[in-house]
Design a protein. Structure first.
Length: 123
């Protein structure tokens, strides 16, 4: 399934940080990454939350089901208007696993989109 979503510069430029956050298994390490995140990295997470909640990003039923349990948490992050508010909501939520769950479908789509652009079509 090809997703032709146009990823924002925040997401594209911070994809390395977002991937590191997804790959980290330890809750403490995820929390440390989030505490030391730059304002742009925090705003990339906010943008992902907002776009998923607005259905700007297509998710499968299974992905929606997995994310549904954290819906209130995602809404509070998406409503943040400043980096400072978003950072405090992300840190106070204490749900680093929820952030990882949110990023997986977005990063897999971003990676496949980048691969499609990098590799010439086979005919």
């Amino acid at each position: 399934m090809t997703n032709e979503y146009s990823f924002s510069p925040y997401i594209r430029e911070n994809s390395e940080f977002l991937q590191k956050l997804v790959r980290t298994n330890s809750e403490n390490k995820k929390r440390t990454l989030l505490v030391s995140a730059t304002p742009e990295q925090i705003l990339a997470i906010v943008e992902i939350c907002a776009n998923i909640l607005k259905s700007n990003f297509v998710l499968t039923k299974a992905q929606k089901r997995r994310l549904a349990r954290y819906a209130v948490y995602y809404r509070s992050i998406a409503r943040a208007r400043t980096e400072r508010t978003a950072r405090s909501r992300i840190q106070q939520g204490g749900q680093a696993a929820a952030i990882g769950s949110l990023l997986v479908p977005v990063l897999s789509a971003l990676a496949s989109q980048l691969l499609e652009k990098a590799l010439p079509p086979t005919s």
